[in-house]
Design a protein around this ligand. Structure first.
Ligand code: SF4
Length: 265
């Protein structure tokens, strides 16, 4: 269980995807995730696991929320120090956040636990769920997301499809581009999105530096030239790459496709 110096609530942070967002961290001070993505803004993941457990009690999160009342934000987002669906009390946390704050609740997830019917059911409490889809072929998935089990993309897609069928809220797909995608991968991705029919697609590229260690402050946004920790910058793809991929997707899939810099270029 977490010590009294840790706060599970942080921010608010300004997100280009969700607006002004108050962060809730159900994982705690040791970064824990089923992936270890090469670009992770938390640095190298300290504990890779697919085992669900209570990391931070729902009562502690409720207490940590109080200094932020009356929660003048657009959304409250579960993310923080790893994969939020690993929290065994996910459903309790989401219900508590809704009833206490009466704000829209979002969850950012890597989708690896969507094969679990209980996780899918718990996530239906959230108003918005954003699922990470960084790869359409197995090799790319292993190189980029580095999952800690031998679960493969076929299982991942099956969990995501099932979730789409049962989820009444707004489903966004978040895709990180570290380099331009091949023609074949773009076609595959567009076909998969056409079948999935998410409510929104968010293309991204690493605009946030990767810390050398795991500072708790990495949960929030900091200007790259004023980071309170040591980090190395990753090379983002050109905005033209994002724009052309977005246009291609939108010519086939009738959903909004967003990407950073879109509204400033
Ligand atoms: S899924 Fe998210 S928290 Fe986990 S390693 Fe990847 S970027 Fe980091």
């Amino acid at each position: 269980m977490e010590t009294s110096t840790f706060s599970s609530v942080y921010g608010p942070v300004q997100s280009w995807r969700f607006g002004r967002s108050l962060g809730v961290d159900p994982i705690g001070s040791v970064s824990t995730c089923s992936f270890n993505c090469v670009y992770c803004q938390l640095g190298a993941i300290e504990c890779q696991s697919v085992d669900r457990q209570v990391f931070v009690s729902t009562e502690q999160i409720q207490q940590d929320l109080q200094p932020f009342a009356p929660w003048e934000v657009d959304i409250i987002t579960l993310s923080g120090s790893g994969e939020p669906t690993l929290a065994l009390n996910l459903g309790d946390i989401l219900s508590m956040l809704k009833s206490v704050t009466r704000k829209p609740i979002g969850v950012l997830t890597n989708g690896s636990l969507l094969t679990d019917p209980l996780v899918r059911a718990e996530l239906t409490i959230a108003d918005r769920v954003a699922v990470k889809v960084d790869a359409v072929v197995e090799g790319q998935f292993r190189r980029l997301n580095r999952p800690c089990t031998d679960s493969d993309l076929t299982q991942f897609w099956s969990g995501l499809q099932r979730f789409r069928q049962s989820y009444p809220g707004k489903l966004a797909i978040q895709t990180m581009l570290l380099s331009p995608w091949s023609d074949r991968d773009q076609i595959l991705y567009t076909a998969l999105m056409h079948a999935l029919q998410p409510d929104e697609i968010q293309l991204n590229t690493p605009t946030r530096p990767k810390p050398l260690n795991h500072p708790l402050e990495a949960r929030s946004n900091h200007p790259p030239d004023a980071l309170p920790y040591l980090a190395r910058c990753l090379k983002p793809v050109n905005v033209e790459v994002l724009r052309s991929f977005a246009d291609r997707i939108q010519s086939i899939v009738p959903v909004p496709v967003h990407y950073p810099y879109q509204f400033h270029s």
